[in-house]
Design a protein around this ligand. Structure first.
Ligand code: ZN
Length: 558
């Protein structure tokens, strides 16, 4: 009876199921987009009929599709389409790219894009004069790789009305020349006056950015993600709804709706209404993104003890708490009560503690539930807070690529937080040993979205060999960063599959290869377990399926 036959069987593979027993299998059968059987070649061939497509994996590794637990695809895609600095790594290269982009886009009213790295400029702060020299006639505004600082030329600062008389906002800082005039770098909320007046990004721009990003992420084996900012400066709620409605969204996406930190609990009904509007297709908006602090490199991450100055002496700056910690408890309790998940941005040890305290308050008020609140970034975690993740059911949402010795760490972080706190960074193995649920994400376009590069660093705590350019700038790059915090490969794979599926509330339908789940799958060019850990980043995704449908395929599967 052909109606019983599989549509697709994948045979002769090294299939790592990431099920509860971490079982291996040879073959998978797919029918109507779902996994029908997992077993030996013989088990599965029984389900093949004359119309069944048979794919011979030739021993290659098949995994559950990767899920990125914290990523910004529409912005990443837009950056790929605009003045994209993210593949370069020096001042001169940046200026060459900007100049060429300006020449080839004479009609752009603003030069937009971004992706520069702070450690390529003294003090992490490029000047307006550098940009004025290559683009004197039009405004230029380029956010840094991490999006926490922006580089503006004189035209952009003038248009935004930022002068020597403009005070620093409560949630940001204007880099200034000796005479008090704006120097060209704006941090955090100080970017808002420029963001507010730059030429607007249209819904068509966002849609094109999302399409480009989706293709790129599928090519890396990613089948689902949590978009870490939907709203605020990224008005992409409509973009996702539109693509989902038109069946253009092939990935499964959870959107984390932006919490406006300039407002309070009165915004909650609006967030509920948005969630209700995104109930169909592959897009759900069930999470709320709360930015609790900034980043260490510009001293806006909230720390328990003040930052040090260049001489190692304490300053009076302990970073920022974007939301008052007491108000945060109230908001998180209310959101938790509404059935939302809260997705915190928390880098500094004080921000991590404030987020955990807020979850604790919600648990005290509402009891335990299945919200799966998570803390992203978790750069500095005070040892006292490590066991609290498990106790509170808070997921550790790690961006493992950052846990290596590169310029931002060596020059812009360690000298300013000191030895003790320096050793509390990215404590993934400590969190795991303490029983925390672990999810992985990239934070692209901050960092590469390639899960294999991310897992490479999680396992080795050194840069992939493709990052050899870092070593030219810094010999420390080859030293493992806090090697006691390395994870084994199986744990890293689980974090990028079932762990992130858990955060996305998709673990019942994806995240592992089991009968009844959707056929969200990725084929790699090699079995990662049979190659040295130092080569993880060299592996490539050859075939990506979502619900059994091909969304990426290269030789020999194209
Ligand atoms: Zn992010």
């Amino acid at each position: 009876m052909s109606t019983q036959h599989a549509d697709l069987v994948l045979v002769n593979g090294a299939i790592y199921t990431v099920d509860a027993t971490r079982r291996w299998a040879q073959a998978v059968a797919v029918r109507n987009g779902r996994i029908r059987a997992v077993g030996t070649d013989d088990d599965v061939r029984e389900l093949a009929g004359s119309s069944t497509e048979v794919v011979d994996l030739e021993g290659r590794m098949l995994l559950p599709g990767f899920q990125d637990a914290h990523v910004h695809p529409p912005a990443g895609g837009l950056e790929m389409l605009r003045c994209n600095l993210s593949d370069a790594y020096s001042k001169d290269e940046y200026l060459r790219i900007i100049s060429e982009y300006a020449t080839s886009h004479p009609d752009d009213e603003w030069i937009l894009g971004g992706g520069w790295s702070m450690d390529t400029f003294p003090g992490g702060a490029p000047t307006k004069e550098l940009l004025d020299a290559v683009v004197p006639d039009r405004p230029v505004f380029l956010p840094s790789r991490d999006g926490h600082s922006g580089w503006a030329n004189s035209r952009a600062l003038e248009r935004a009305g930022i002068t020597s008389h403009t005070p620093d906002p409560r949630d940001g800082r204007i880099e200034r020349a000796a005479d008090g005039s704006p120097a060209g770098t704006l941090h955090e909320g100080a970017m808002n006056p420029v963001e507010d007046i730059r030429s607007p990004t249209t819904q068509e721009d966002w849609a094109e950015g999302l399409r480009v990003a989706q293709r790129y992420l599928h090519s890396l084996g990613i089948t689902a993600w949590q978009d870490a900012i939907v709203g605020g400066h990224y008005p992409t709620f409509e973009t996702y709804v539109r693509l989902a409605d038109h069946d253009e969204l092939t990935a499964r996406v959870v959107g984390a709706l932006w919490w406006d930190r300039y407002r309070g609990a009165e915004q909650i009904p609006e967030l509920v209404a948005l969630r209700d509007r995104a109930r169909s297709g592959r897009f759900a908006a069930t999470s709320i993104k709360i930015m609790q602090d900034g980043i260490v490199e510009n001293f806006t991450a909230g720390t328990l003890q003040p930052y040090l100055d260049a001489h190692g002496d304490p300053t009076d700056n302990a970073g920022m708490s974007f939301v008052d910690p007491e108000a945060l408890k109230e908001y998180v309790t209310r959101l938790d009560g509404e059935g939302f998940q809260v997705h915190f941005h928390a880098l500094g040890d004080r921000a991590v503690r404030e987020a955990l305290d807020a979850i604790e308050a919600a648990r005290a008020a509402n009891g335990m539930n299945d919200a799966r609140h998570h803390l992203a970034h978790i750069q500095i975690v005070h040892p006292d807070d490590v066991p609290r993740f498990r106790a509170l059911g808070a997921v550790a949402n790690a961006q493992p690529l950052w846990a290596m010795n590169e310029g931002q760490m060596v020059h812009l972080t360690l000298p300013f937080i000191g030895r003790e706190r320096g050793a509390w960074q990215y404590p993934f193995a400590s969190l795991y040993r303490a029983g925390a649920a672990l999810a992985f994400g990239s934070d692209w376009s901050v960092s590469t979205p390639d899960p294999l590069a991310e897992m490479h660093v999680a396992v080795n705590r050194t840069a992939p060999s493709t990052y050899a350019f870092l070593e030219e700038n810094d010999p420390a790059v080859s030293e493992p960063f806090l090697p006691d915090q390395r994870l084994d490969l199986a744990t890293a794979i689980a974090a990028f599959t079932i762990g992130s599926a858990y955060v996305n509330h998709l673990d019942a339908v994806a995240g592992s290869i089991e009968p009844g789940k959707d056929a969200d799958l990725v084929v790699l060019d090699r079995n990662l377990f049979e190659h040295p850990a130092t080569e993880i980043a060299e592996a490539k995704a050859l075939l990506t399926l979502v619900g059994g449908r091909r969304v990426h395929a290269v030789t020999p599967f194209a």
